[in-house]
Write a protein that binds this ligand. Sequence first.
Ligand SMILES: Cc1cc2nc3c(=O)[nH]c(=O)nc-3n(C[C@H](O)[C@H](O)[C@H](O)COP(=O)(O)OP(=O)(O)OC[C@H]3O[C@@H](n4cnc5c(N)ncnc54)[C@H](O)[C@@H]3O)c2cc1C
Length: 500
Amino acid sequence: MLAQRPTLADLAGQQWDLIVVGGGITGAGVLLEAARQGRKALLLEQRDFAWGTSSRSSKMVHGGLRYIAQGDVRLTRDALRERERLLRDLPGLVERATYLFPLRKGRFPGRWPMTAVLSLYDFLAGIRDHRFLSRKELLRRVPGLDDTGLSGAMSYTDALTDDCRLVIRCLLEAARAGGQSLNYARVTGTRRDDGVTRVLVRDEVAGEEGELSAPVVINATGAWANRLGDDNGQGPRIRPLRGSHLFVDPQRLPVDDCLTVMHPRDGRPVFVFPWEGVTCVGTTDLDHGDDLDLEASASGAEVDYLLELVNGQFPAARLTRDDVLSTMAGVRPVIASGDGKDPSKERRDHAVWERDGLVTVSGGKLTTFRLIALDALAAAGLLDPRSARRARRSNAPLFRPLPEAPPQVDAFLHGAQDDDALLRWVLRNEAVVHLDDLLLRRTRLGLLRRDGGEGLAERLRHLSAELLGWDDTRWGQEWARYQDLRARFYGVPPVERAAA
Ligand SMILES: Cc1cc2nc3c(=O)[nH]c(=O)nc-3n(C[C@H](O)[C@H](O)[C@H](O)COP(=O)(O)OP(=O)(O)OC[C@H]3O[C@@H](n4cnc5c(N)ncnc54)[C@H](O)[C@@H]3O)c2cc1C
């Protein structure tokens, strides 16, 4: 479905209504909505689909309790409605999960403020799902949790997903409606003349350069948004904020529910939750000063910070770096307030701005991708305000089942990711160019297994020979590339002195 890789010459020969730059959830959402509106649209991604932030989030499809606590009721309401829609449309890929918020005596927030916030939260979502758990019940559900001052917990529900699979699912759905997408296609510049925007593209696979054009181009490059186009510094500025996660051996830290716990150092909420068979801990939130051309990676200080949290909350666990299977860091494209706020206090809303035929959309959340896409299409003049309003309110399904796919594709959160039928589907239909696309994003085998997938190497070598035509030389290159990337950007960095 995404498998036939077109050449730039093929693409240049077609008349596009819209070119979308950036293959994260925002770009994929824009492509999907544009294709559904009957527009001829093309998406270009410089690396792999979801290589940027959209494979590195906290995997939560949620309203965000934090936003409601900050008084941002509109953002929370929109996100909760989108959550309910995704739960309905993508069972197995977006799943309701129980969240527990332990309460400790003398600590804010207490039971009654939390009850008030959760009542509003559920009301906005149109459900009633929160309740108080006694201390005893909580300790039965979360054995090993530090019981100092513990008075119980608030229980409520939100949802979990696999963010990269969500992007791929949008691209597959867009393809069904005629939307095209190409990974490893870097846009190196844009230029406006004669009422069209010209896009210079480098096909990183073929090693070719070309020029494509469309009346309008949407820049959905997230944290990279200020690099494309020249708005003379007049548009909003992106403040790249890094958030890192640890994937921990579930034998060493088993959890069945998503826990929100406060870091002893700075009181920031951090999640400890079950994800695709392992335990995930995150996130940090700090200014990201590294080169955006490199993959983001967790620092040693961030690993220490997260281990400190876990060992404080689960004193008997005594986790060390050896218990961490892998790490993952992402860069949040936050619209800077410009007043040097604490990173965690910056708003998470999106912004859309236009200059010279280039509409830029950045910021926001995974959860609200559909609404962000509609805003971007309206700003691009591809949706009139009335249709945009109607589309926002529409309850029509955005996704339909993929009858040709094995059931594991739509039941990913539980699926055995090394299942033969799933691997074959992915290799045939999901535009895998490199082995790391398969092991780090289409599946998460490289992150979830202690051996990084080494035990599967022989099987994968055969499958990629059969389905992608890789010979032994190519396999050797791909395996070396994957091992190098995994070690440099997804490994467990050594202890550092600096604070997170
Ligand atoms: C640590 C962390 C946790 C988060 N947790 C959650 C959560 O639990 N729930 C939630 O709803 N949201 C969450 N978010 C927010 C959410 O992940 C992001 O808002 C979202 O993924 C941004 O998507 P995007 O498509 O705008 O950006 P990206 O996913 O970064 O996509 C932009 C793409 O543009 C590509 N690109 C850049 N330049 C070019 C170019 N010149 N040519 C072609 N392509 C280019 C990049 O390679 C990249 O793939 C989290 C974010 C972070 C960092």
